[in-house]
Design a protein. Structure first.
Length: 64
């Protein structure tokens, strides 16, 4: 899936990573415990035939 950046601060070269997890809410909480800095909370993007697609943004260890 390709899209333009939603906010100016995200309009730079970057990587998009998709994770398949059994429970998005617990994965989100665990990543926060491990120090991930999220920009927002996971939100549903689309219900797909085999899975639901959720999205959130987080910064890497350098804050990028």
């Amino acid at each position: 899936m390709l899209t333009r950046a939603e906010k100016p601060e995200f309009d730079h070269p970057s990587s998009v990573l998709y994770f398949a997890v059994p429970d998005i809410r617990s994965a989100f909480e665990k990543m926060k415990e491990w120090g991930a800095r999220f920009e927002d909370k996971p939100h549903l993007i689309a219900r797909m035939p085999a899975h639901d697609l959720w999205m959130t943004f987080f910064r890497d260890s350098k804050g990028i």
